[in-house]
Design a binder for this molecule. Structure first.
Ligand code: HEC
Ligand code: HEC
Length: 490
């Protein structure tokens, strides 16, 4: 056995994967076994791409007549970057490809949510291992730290907290540096390629006004275009194939940091985090819950369900963000539908996303703490107790969807497909018998075994003894957390 550390700054990473040496020598690329986009998703993907281009064009127009307010300009610039498909290796994938507003900035393709859960990268045959998270209200997550009073890790970005924020003093900005160079996401081969591509965009002058003329004053090597058009291969290939002089490398890194900070400014802006759900109007006394929603809210706050112990609805001096930014292991089964399990042979560029294949186990925060990305040695001692734990997501916009029949995927691996399934899982995980994935009754009368049994939370969830009606009441309450509510009389 050989231990391999997946080091890319992206989604699949940081899990120390034990790989049988035999697996590495697999050469034959059996195309029938490759990860693929389901045919039914193609049309939806095309329409998402068109919508992204429309928003980009609209934002460019806005930027041309921009206000003089510097902060507003940074937000606009961040938005232009967030929606710019040209910043990916094949010029077909922006951040928003996996985070669109109509779903609360989570995955916008119903067919993918229903099937692969993970979204293809700019190289369309590469998929990462997890469900695109909603990033609404993510700007409130603190830099990852150990809270001695709680005895727990708090903050960071990603399901496994690995974007700590320690370097840029912002977890959100640090997160934004992952996808551009993740081979299975935007797929650039070098962080400087993000700067190179941006230097050719119409909003370059806006960035120069904000950051100074040096931002793109880099001597690019003659082969820059060619290197940046080649899909990234980290951790297998050279993580910085662009040959830049030291000073130019320094400028490129500073500009890459500023790009990340502009994206974070957009993600933290009021348009992305409006606090305009029915819940907010009810709390402000400007709307009223229905009887069912109220019953759901009472349950949500009760000792029966414990929901608001993790998905906190506020406290003194605390915004109701419906998360406490700590991590837990809910005991979810693995999701065999993730294409990641099939990505154990080299693709046409020689990149293997998941050498472990079917043996891959997602260890969540524990995988990050045990791996080379963990910046704090003391935390490494906690790795074992964090195996299978994932960061508690906000519940704001958890039901936001463009049309009622649109399917959303829930949890880090998208195993659950509706809020009813989520609540039923919390309610009955331990009360119902264990079955195999695909068995009759799965998700209704039985649940498959958990992926990481050791650290499961059995104190607060698993056998809540709720009736079917009470489950529905909780779902009704969760639906009041969708932004964009119009209060009565407006
Ligand atoms: C191919 C799909 C894809 C693309 C493109 C993508 N993301 Fe993500 N995003 C994900 C997935 C999947 C996760 C969860 C990854 C994990 O936990 O390992 C995620 C997580 C996040 C989070 C963490 C939210 C939280 O609460 O912790 C933020 C913020 C985010 N993405 C912003 C961005 C930005 C900014 C970009 C562009 C620079 C981007 N994403 C590009 C799929 C994508
Ligand atoms: C012990 C802390 C804890 C408690 C108690 C808890 N949750 Fe969660 N919740 C989490 C964590 C952690 C996740 C993500 C787990 C994962 O992806 O593996 C999550 C995920 C969710 C999601 C999916 C969100 C998404 O974007 O995918 C919903 C919905 C949810 N919880 C609702 C509830 C409700 C309703 C209750 C009460 C019945 C509840 N939670 C109780 C910690 C908790």
């Amino acid at each position: 056995m050989k231990i391999r550390y997946v080091l890319v700054a992206g989604t699949a990473m940081i899990v120390a994967i034990a790989v049988a040496a035999a697996l590495r020598s697999v050469k034959a690329d059996d195309p029938s076994n490759r990860a693929r986009i389901p045919a039914a998703a193609q049309k939806e993907i095309k329409s998402v791409e068109r919508e992204i281009d429309r928003i980009e064009a609209e934002t460019l127009n806005q930027a041309r007549s921009a206000t003089s307010d510097r902060f507003q300009q940074i937000i606009l610039l961040g938005k232009l970057i967030f929606y710019d498909q040209q910043l990916s290796v094949n010029r077909n994938e922006s951040c928003s490809f996996c985070h669109m507003p109509e779903t609360g900035f989570s995955g916008p393709v119903s067919t993918l949510n229903q099937t692969t859960v993970a979204y293809p990268g700019s190289v369309r045959t590469r998929f990462n291992a997890r469900n695109p998270q909603s990033h609404t209200y993510a700007s409130f997550a603190p830099v990852l730290h150990y809270n001695a009073e709680q005895g727990d890790l708090v903050g960071g970005q990603f399901w496994d907290m690995r974007a700590t924020g320690l370097r840029l003093d912002s977890a959100l900005a640090e997160q934004a540096q992952g996808p551009p160079v993740d081979p299975a996401e935007m797929g650039l081969s070098d962080p400087a390629c993000m700067v190179y591509r941006m230097s050719q965009r119409p909003y370059r002058s806006m960035a120069e006004r904000l950051w100074g003329a040096q931002a793109f004053a880099i001597h690019w090597p003659a082969n820059a275009k060619e290197v940046c058009d080649r899909p990234g291969m980290a951790p297998d290939g050279d993580p910085m194939p662009l040959r830049l002089a030291d000073v130019d490398r320094g400028i490129a890194q500073t500009t890459f940091d500023q790009i990340a900070e502009a994206i974070a400014a957009f993600e933290g802006s009021p348009a992305v985090n409006p606090f305009s759900a029915k819940y907010d109007y009810v709390i402000a006394g400007k709307a009223a819950f229905t009887a069912e929603e109220q019953a759901g809210y009472d349950l949500f706050r009760s000792k029966t369900t414990h929901c608001n112990e993790c998905h906190r609805d506020g406290g003194p001096g605390e915004e109701p963000l419906f998360t406490d930014f700590t991590a837990s292991n809910l005991g979810l089964p693995p999701n065999p539908a993730l294409p990641f399990y099939k990505e154990n042979t080299p693709d046409q560029f020689g990149f293997t996303a998941n050498p472990a294949g079917l043996k891959f186990i997602d260890q969540g925060v524990g995988g990050f703490l045990a791996g080379p990305q963990n910046p704090n040695r003391e935390w490494a001692a906690m790795a074992k107790s964090f195996i299978g734990k994932y960061k508690t997501p906000t519940l704001r916009d958890v039901d936001k969807r463009p049309r009622p029949e649109f399917v959303k995927a829930y949890m880090h691996n998208g195993y659950l497909k509706s809020l009813k399934e989520v609540v039923h899982f919390y309610n009955t995980r331990d009360a119902l018998p264990t079955c195999k994935p695909g068995d009759r009754g799965e998700k209704v009368t039985c649940w498959p075994a958990p992926e990481n049994p050791e650290t499961i939370n059995r104190k607060q969830l698993g056998d809540l003894k709720l009736s079917d009606k009470q489950e529905d009441q909780l779902v009704a309450f969760l639906k009041t957390l969708t932004d964009g509510y119009s209060p009565p009389g407006k």
